[in-house]
Ligand binder design. Structure first.
Ligand code: ADP
Ligand code: MG
Ligand code: ZN
Length: 496
């Protein structure tokens, strides 16, 4: 029929017509790269004094502030001031806050964008936004470009496929970071919760090569944060911020700000004139319960953790000053719950067998302490064991330091090794670590009083610095077998 024919010819044409009109319509509204909003640093409403704790981070960032305020002072001295600063640490610890404080203290123009605003459906648009952002900042020097939540674009590139847009955006960011020249007065800051997921290219020299760790607060940090967030609140005389700080291990600055606010709301609801300790107690209960799913370290876990870290600290003292503990803490840092930092006292380029054994004992002492004190062990030592395995392996496989086959390497890629030799080699590696573990347990049992002392101090203060550790261990003489030999820890045997 005629009508049918007409329909058959016209329907597709009408259909495509509609599609084209719709397409044009969406294109009209397709977002374009708009200039980034800029704020004068002097109008940022966060000041240095709003940031509590975080002394190390503040100190490092003070340099950036000085640079932006008076570039010439640094130029005269030929100093190169860092241009790319990455703030990293757990969520809610004050990264965004401190970036704003830097902006306000320096008075520079502040371009702040969350990286998620670069994540776009349209290919190339994220990259265009980044280009625009940096273009604007360069036009308005001195300026700070702050990319918050960098993880949204900064995770490792995929190399094609569905993630091309993400890769393009990240590439553009790398291009911009490389594009600075010495005269630019633009500092780029970024914040990330997950340093380990970032594309390594971002961390290369000349890019985000200065990394500032923004850590979860320890007890004194928490007290300071509580101080900031109760500044404008009338407190009853019974409020004890120090005690609240002690009861809130595991809470971040954001949690504590929330706590103070909740307490004030409670007091308001009761039509009170002041916020009382009881209001804080009630809010604390609520907040801690709400955070149960998240990592709040329980009292029991804290004790184990304290002994684990105390074990490392006591052992590094016992093996002499080869691997002194700079700091021991039970404040969680990223994935690792606690850590004890060992820094070599001097640079040396050789190490002895005894020193390797001592080093293994320091790494094993965390778990050894758990076993000595609680009679059971936790999974908290996985990283330590990894390091110990590497050391023992290198000793036997590469340095010919085993009893069974001294003066011979037995590398894994050496096919000439007989099955017999391989068995020997593996059992020798196991023997070395087992011996070191037994010795670590023996020494810690012998110095149980010192172990208790350090653990108690950690439970109370959460972080102990070098001087505090030394004071706690002053009466104990090192029992190192390596102290009379030469050695180095500069190049740890981390080849495998
Ligand atoms: P992050 O960016 O690290 O996730 P934020 O900077 O957004 O954390 O912190 C959120 C809020 O928590 C801040 O606005 C502030 O009220 C509070 N806060 C966090 N850390 C601190 C701190 N160190 N001192 C004072 N307040 C803090
Ligand atoms: Mg933030
Ligand atoms: Zn450990």
């Amino acid at each position: 029929m005629d009508l049918e024919n007409t329909l058959l010819t016209w329907l597709p044409i009408i259909f495509f017509g509609v599609v084209i009109v719709l397409l044009l319509y969406t294109l009209r509204f397709m977002p374009r790269a708009k200039p980034a909003p800029v704020v004068k640093g002097s109008q940022v409403e966060v000041s240095w004094t709003d940031v509590a704790g975080l002394d190390e981070a503040k100190e490092e960032l003070q340099e950036v502030v000085d640079f932006l305020r008076d570039r010439k002072r640094f130029e005269r001295l030929g100093a190169r001031v860092p241009r790319g600063i990455l703030l990293h640490g757990p969520p809610g610890t004050g990264k965004t806050l401190i970036a704003k404080a830097v902006a306000s203290a320096s008075g520079a123009n502040f371009y702040s964008q969350s990286a998620s605003s670069f994540v776009e459906m349209f290919a190339g648009l994220g990259a265009a936004r980044i280009r625009k952002l940096f273009e604007e900042a360069r036009k308005h020097e001195p300026a700070i470009v702050f990319i918050d939540e960098l993880d949204a674009v900064g995770t490792a590139r995929s190399g094609g496929g569905f993630h091309r847009e993400h890769d393009q955006t990240l590439n553009q960011l790398l291009v911009e970071l490389d594009g600075f020249n010495a005269r630019d007065e633009v500092v780029v800051m970024a914040a990330s919760n997950r340093l380990q997921d970032l594309d390594p290219a971002l961390l290369r020299p000349g890019r985000f090569d200065r990394q500032v760790h923004v850590s979860a607060p320890d007890v004194s940090g928490r007290e300071a944060i509580l101080g900031v967030h109760t500044r404008d609140k009338p407190l009853a005389a019974d409020v004890d911020l120090g005690q609240i700080a002690r009861q809130t291990a595991g809470l971040t600055g954001a949690d504590l700000a929330n706590l103070c606010n909740e307490a004030a709301i409670l007091a308001g609801r009761n039509e009170a004139q002041y916020v009382r300790q009881a209001d804080f107690d009630a809010s604390m209960e609520r907040i801690v319960a709400g955070l149960q799913q998240r990592r709040v370290v329980s009292e029991k876990e804290k004790r184990i953790l304290a002994y684990h870290e105390a074990g490392h600290a006591v052992m590094s003292h016992l093996v002499g000053d080869l691997f002194p503990a700079q700091k021991a803490t039970i404040v969680s840092r990223g994935d690792a719950l606690g850590y004890t930092l060992n820094m070599p006292t001097e640079d040396r380029y050789m190490h002895t067998r005894e020193e390797f054994v001592d080093l293994m004992m320091v790494f094993l002492a965390g778990r050894a302490a758990e076993e000595v004190v609680f009679g059971r062990i936790t999974n908290g030592a996985a990283n330590d064991l990894e390091r110990v395995t590497q050391i023992a392996r290198a000793m036997v496989f590469e340095y010919g330091m085993s009893k069974v086959a001294p003066s011979r390497t037995m590398r894994a890629d050496n096919y000439a090794l007989s099955e017999e030799t391989k068995r020997l080699r593996d059992s020798e590696q196991a023997r070395l670590t087992d011996q070191a573990y037994d010795e670590a347990q023996r020494l810690l049992s012998k110095h149980r009083a010192a172990l208790d002392r350090v653990a108690e101090a950690l439970l109370e203060k959460e972080t102990l610095d070098r001087a505090e550790l030394e004071a706690l261990l002053a009466d104990i003489k090192p029992e190192s077998r390596s102290s009379e030999t030469i050695g180095t820890v500069r190049a740890l045997p981390m080849r495998d």
